[in-house]
Design a protein around this ligand. Structure first.
Ligand code: ADP
Length: 519
C-alpha cells in the first residue's frame, strides 16, 4: 500500500517522502478504517485524504468551512492534473447542478463542500446518489460543542455519514483538539479510538513570548521597526481597536491593512490579497481573519489583546511560520483586557453550562499569561501532551535571577484561608494592602490578622503576585464567571514551610528579534 501511495506522492505532488503520520493515516483509510487525524497547522493534512482520493475508485467529498480557500485548493489540485471541483454559496443553482453532474459522470475525483450545503435536504439526497468512497472532514473540531468554533451544520454530518449508501470511509482532520474534543469527534463520527493518529501539536519553529506590563503601543512600534522586513499579523479583540491600530501604524509609515467582519467583502478581499502577495507588511485583524489563510511566510503573530481561550490562541498564533522557518508568537497581556473577553461570554447566547466552560477557558488563558514555566509546554499540556521545556520561548530564555518570594506567598495564602476561600483576587489584594473600601468593613475583614499585611504595596503588585501564585499552582480558581481562590496542596506545603516559592525579578530583560524575510 505504502509503495503505491508513495508513487502517487511523487508523481502527483512531487514530494519524496511522507511527513510524520501521513502514511499511517493513508493506510488506515485504504483499509476502510475511519480515522481522526490530529496534526499541527502546516503538518500536511490535505495530502492525507488527497492521496487516497486518487487511489480509491469513487469520489471523495471534502467538507471544509474555508470557503475562501476552496477555490485555491481546487486550482492547486487542477495544476497537478487532478480533477477537482467545489460547491459553495458563491455559485448559482445551475452551476451547482452542473458540478454535481460532473461528479456523477466520474469527471472529478474530489468535490469540496461548505458544511452549510448539508443543511439542504435536496442537495443531500442528490449527493447520496453519487458513488462516494471517502468523506473528509476538515477543521473537524467544529463538529464538537466542546470545540472553540462549533458549527451547527457540522452536526448534520453525522446524518450524512450514515446516509450514504456507498458507505464512505470517514477521515476527520484538525489541528486543535483537546482530548475531550477528540473523543467527541470520534464518538460522533463513529471512529474507533484506536484510529486516532496524532502527530502532536508541537510547532518547534514557533517561539512563544508574553509581553506584560509594558506600554503596548511603544512595544509594537519598536517591534515593527526592528522587524521591518517581516510579514506578520496583529490580532485585536474588537473592530474598533483594529481600526485604531491600523490608523496608528499607517500614520507611522508602516504598511498595514485591516480585516474584520464589519468591512465590505470587496475591501476584505482586497486587503487579504495585499497581505498574501506581500504588498503590505502587516495585517491588523479580528479573529475573523485567518482561518484557512495559507500564507507561508508569516514571521510573527502578535496578539495585541488577549483572546478568549488557548485553542483560539494556538490556532491564531499557528498562522506564523507555516513554512517551518523560525517565527514568533507574542501575546501582549494586560489583565484588564480579560474584561473584553469576559464581556463577550457574558453577552453571548450560550447556555449557562457553556458559559461557565468558556469562563474556565479564559482563566487558563490568564494562567498562560502569568506562568513562568515554558510557554510551549504549557500549551501542549493544555492539549493533553507532555513535553520537555522548548528552550526557546520567552520564559525559557528569561535570564533574570529568581527571587525567593516565599514569605510574600505565605502572606497571600494565609489571607486566602482566613477569608475562608470564598473570594476573588481583587478583594484579597485589598485586604492585604489594608484598603478602606466599604465592603472590607462590612465583612469585618479589617479584623483579620492578615489585614494590611502588605501595606505599602500597590493593589496591582499584589494582584500580579496572586496571578503568579495561581498560574504556578499554589492557588486554584474555583467557579466560572466569578472565580474564588483556594489554597492548593502545593500552597499548603508553602504555608507549612515545606516548600519555597521562587519568582523571576520584576524587570523584564529587553530582547529584540530580527528576522529578515525579504518582504
Ligand atoms: P495543513 O492542512 O495540515 O495545515 P497542508 O496540507 O496545507 O497543511 O500542508 C502544508 C504544506 O506542506 C503544503 O504546502 C503541502 O504541499 C506541504 N506538504 C504536505 N505533505 C508534504 C510532504 N510529504 N512532503 C513535503 N511537503 C509536504
Amino acid at each position: 500500500m505504502t509503495e503505491t501511495a508513495l508513487k502517487v506522492l511523487k508523481d502527483k505532488f512531487g514530494y519524496d517522502s511522507f511527513r510524520p503520520g501521513q502514511d499511517e493515516i493513508i493506510n488506515k483509510i485504504m483499509n476502510h478504517e475511519n480515522v481522526l487525524a490530529v496534526m499541527p497547522t502546516g503538518g500536511g493534512k490535505s495530502l492525507c485524504y488527497q492521496i487516497p482520493a486518487l487511489m480509491l475508485p469513487g469520489l471523495t467529498v471534502v467538507v471544509s468551512p474555508l470557503i475562501s480557500l476552496m477555490k485555491d485548493q481546487v486550482d492547486a489540485l487542477s495544476e497537478n492534473g487532478i480533477a477537482a471541483t467545489f460547491i459553495n454559496s458563491t455559485l448559482d443553482y445551475q452551476e451547482i447542478e452542473h458540478r454535481l453532474q460532473q461528479a456523477a459522470m466520474d469527471q472529478v475525483k474530489l468535490i469540496y463542500l461548505a458544511p452549510e450545503r448539508l443543511d439542504d435536504e435536496r442537495f443531500l439526497s442528490e449527493l447520496s446518489d453519487l458513488n462516494i468512497s471517502q468523506l473528509a472532514i476538515d477543521e473537524a473540531h467544529c463538529i464538537s460543542q466542546w470545540g472553540h468554533d462549533f458549527r451547527p451544520s457540522y452536526l448534520n454530518l453525522m446524518k450524512t455519514v450514515h446516509q450514504f449508501p456507498s458507505h464512505p470511509v470517514v477521515v476527520a482532520l484538525t489541528a486543535t483538539a483537546t482530548s475531550k474534543v477528540a473523543s467527541d469527534i470520534m464518538q460522533r463520527l463513529n471512529i474507533d479510538p484506536a484510529n486516532e493518529v496524532s502527530t502532536g501539536f508541537a510547532r518547534d519553529n514557533l517561539s512563544f513570548q508574553v509581553v506584560k506590563n509594558q506600554n503596548k503601543e511603544a512595544f509594537l512600534l519598536e517591534y515593527l521597526k526592528v522587524n521591518a522586513n517581516a510579514a506578520g499579523i496583529i490580532y485585536a479583540s474588537t473592530r474598533k481597536e483594529v481600526e485604531r491600530l491600523t490608523g496608528l501604524l499607517q500614520k507611522k509609515g508602516i504598511k498595514a491593512e485591516m480585516y474584520h467582519a464589519g468591512l465590505s467583502e470587496d475591501v476584505r478581499n482586497k486587503n487579504q490579497e495585499d497581505f498574501l502577495y506581500d504588498r503590505v507588511q502587516v495585517m491588523v485583524a479580528t479573529n475573523a481573519f485567518g482561518m484557512g489563510i495559507d500564507k507561508s511566510n508569516v514571521r510573527f503573530v502578535i496578539h495585541y489583546q488577549v483572546p478568549g481561550n488557548l485553542e483560539a490562541y494556538y490556532q491564531e498564533a499557528g498562522r506564523a511560520g507555516r513554512d517551518g522557518l523560525p517565527s514568533e508568537a507574542i501575546l501582549m497581556y494586560q489583565p484588564s483586557d480579560l474584561q473584553i473577553q469576559h464581556f463577550f461570554i457574558d453577552q453571548s447566547e450560550m447556555e449557562p453550562a457553556f458559559k461557565t466552560r468558556e469562563y474556565l477557558k479564559l482563566q487558563e488563558m490568564s494562567k498562560y499569561a502569568n506562568t513562568e514555566g515554558c510557554l510551549q509546554q504549557f500549551i501542549l499540556k493544555y492539549f493533553g501532551e507532555s513535553s520537555p521545556a522548548c528552550g526557546h520561548c520567552g520564559n525559557c530564555l528569561d535570564e533574570r535571577d529568581q527571587i525567593n518570594v516565599t514569605v510574600d506567598a505565605q502572606k497571600v495564602l494565609s489571607c486566602v484561608l482566613r477569608m475562608r476561600q470564598r473570594y476573588g483576587k481583587s478583594l484579597i489584594a485589598q485586604v492585604l494592602t489594608g484598603s478602606h473600601v466599604k465592603r472590607i468593613r462590612d465583612e469585618h475583614f479589617d479584623q483579620l490578622s492578615t489585614y494590611g499585611l502588605m501595606k505599602g504595596r500597590s493593589q496591582k503588585e499584589v494582584t500580579d503576585l496572586i496571578d503568579f501564585l495561581t498560574s504556578s499552582g499554589y492557588l486554584q480558581q474555583v467557579g466560572g464567571e466569578y472565580p474564588t481562590l483556594h489554597v492548593s496542596e502545593m500552597g499548603g506545603s508553602v504555608l507549612k514551610g515545606k516548600a519555597k516559592v521562587l519568582r523571576r525579578g520584576a524587570v523584564k530583560a529587553k530582547r529584540t528579534v530580527s528576522v529578515d524575510d525579504g518582504l
